[in-house]
Design a protein around this ligand. Structure first.
Ligand code: F1P
Length: 355
């Protein structure tokens, strides 16, 4: 019997909408605690959002979202940068809110950042993750933990999407009750998208003709493009890169050829400019898959994943994740790789001195 690789990872991808529901339930249950953390700190000078790898990419979505929703200057940076170069991010008199994002709560860099932040009495820590009672959770003033996001596989899939829903639900819980209520549609929308577009992911992922993959996203979509890119690397060991949409013209598009697949994560405000880039890349021989809430015309994309959510970008980021996770998964399977055991990787990066 041929053992089909990656069953663990596939199951975690396919069951992720239940983890999205868990995220909505957890944030709703913690609304008062979030509100009092936020109210208590109106002396916050700014907000810092940090994580590592996938959770750093989620911070690239969280930071602009929080800045726009909460009207506080917000920056994202990898935990290793905040640890090694604090003066690049913290002014002597700054008293920021630190938001840590970590599936495991055991990543050394993120823990060290939280320890240093606490020691310097900088301000409160809000931690978002999937495992309770971790060293990081102990350091935080408030934890948003999604047990349903827990997973066996090294590569973040269900966990990442649960934390993505939590990030957008936190912003909604603090600013817009209607938006938080509207997010209740996400799990069923996710189930439908997985059913509808699983064949397209398999078709695009296993097409032999592709050897380069690019993920384009601007504004709130850039962090997702970076995460989609990491899935493709971690699972299928493919040459792939993520760019801000219009940045792609400023050099990187020189790489586009007939064996190039471009995943276009469309924004609302940048849509018409982004469609122009897609048309140009198709003219260069690239194949374009659009991920969009409303249909695009066939001149603009070879294929498209259409969410039809009617939700704003600030509430629906998670809808792009099943497809890009399945794309990486199917590419790995088509290459005879096992996504359950990604090359060189471990589920948590624990540094020497902590072993
Ligand atoms: C972070 C991380 C992931 C990476 C891989 C290993 O862990 O480095 O970003 O993609 O899954 O773990 P965590 O702090 O989010 O647990």
């Amino acid at each position: 019997v041929s053992t089909i690789h990656g069953q663990q990872t596939l199951q975690e991808i396919l069951t992720q909408p239940s983890a999205w529901q868990n995220a909505l339930d957890v944030v709703t249950a913690q609304r008062d605690a979030l509100q009092s953390l936020w109210d208590s700190g109106n002396r916050f000078t700014d907000i810092l959002v940090t994580g590592c790898g996938s959770t750093h990419y989620l911070s690239l979505l969280a930071a602009p979202l929080f800045q726009q929703a909460l009207h506080k200057r917000t920056r994202a940076m990898p935990a290793s940068d905040l640890l090694l170069f604090p003066d690049l991010y913290l002014l002597p008199d700054s008293a920021p809110l630190l938001v840590t994002i970590s599936r495991s709560g055991r990543t050394t860099e993120t823990i060290r950042v939280a320890q240093t932040f606490k020691a310097q009495h900088r301000g409160p820590i809000l931690n978002i993750g999937c495992y309770p009672d971790t060293e990081l959770a102990m350091l935080a003033d408030l934890n948003i933990i999604m047990p349903a996001g827990q997973e066996e596989s090294v590569v973040q899939t269900r966990s990442f999407s649960a934390m993505t829903v939590a990030v957008q639900a936190i912003a909604a819980a603090l600013t817009d009750d209607q938006q938080l209520a509207a997010m209740s549609q996400l799990p069923s929308l996710g189930e439908q998208l997985i059913q509808t577009y699983r064949p397209l992911a398999t078709h695009s992922g296993s097409a032999a003709g592709f050897e380069r993959f690019y993920f384009l996203g601007s504004g709130l979509q850039y962090g997702l493009a970076a995460e989609a890119n990491l899935k493709m690397k971690e699972m299928s060991l493919s040459v792939s890169e993520a760019f801000h949409f219009l940045e792609f013209r400023h050099g990187p598009m020189s790489m586009v050829h007939e064996q190039t697949l471009i995943c276009a994560l469309l924004s609302e405000q940048g849509r018409s400019q982004e469609l122009a880039v897609m048309r140009e890349m198709r003219a260069l021989g690239g194949t374009v898959v659009a991920l969009t809430d409303q249909e695009v015309s066939i001149e603009d994309a070879d294929e498209q994943v259409v969410f039809h959510s009617q939700l704003p970008e600030t509430a629906r980021a998670v809808l792009a994740l099943p497809f890009v996770q399945l794309l990486g998964y199917d590419r790995a399977i088509s290459k005879g790789l096992n996504p359950d055991q990604p090359h060189h990787l471990t589920a948590v990066v624990v540094l020497e001195s902590e072993r």
